[in-house]
Design a protein around this ligand. Structure first.
Ligand code: ZN
Length: 95
């Protein structure tokens, strides 16, 4: 899962290069076709793809450091990739 997600930016980089080269060589139809395939294949918002749930769980404390509420990693809200928001007091948590 992680390995697959990490390959997207590489595919995007290689794909853009292929499109450029095809265009330079005058194969604009091929370039456009490849570009469309790439757009369909690549997930949207690559930058926002976070780590899988298992990796996230490992980063969280069992209890909120502010209010002591029990934290369930699959139920909390995430402010960003490494910061969870306590559902009880609303403070950010990060290990
Ligand atoms: Zn709290």
């Amino acid at each position: 899962m992680l390995a697959r997600a990490r390959r997207w930016p590489a595919l995007q980089r290689v794909g853009n290069r292929v499109v450029e080269e095809l265009t330079e060589e005058g194969h604009t139809d091929l370039a456009r076709e490849f570009e469309e395939w790439l757009a369909e294949t690549l997930p949207e918002n690559i930058e926002e793809m976070g780590p899988p749930g298992s990796a996230r769980r490992a980063e969280l404390p069992l209890k909120c450091p502010s209010c002591g509420g029990p934290i369930r990693a699959d139920e909390v809200e995430w402010a960003d990739r490494t910061t969870a928001v306590c559902p009880y007091c609303g403070s950010g948590m990060r290990n």
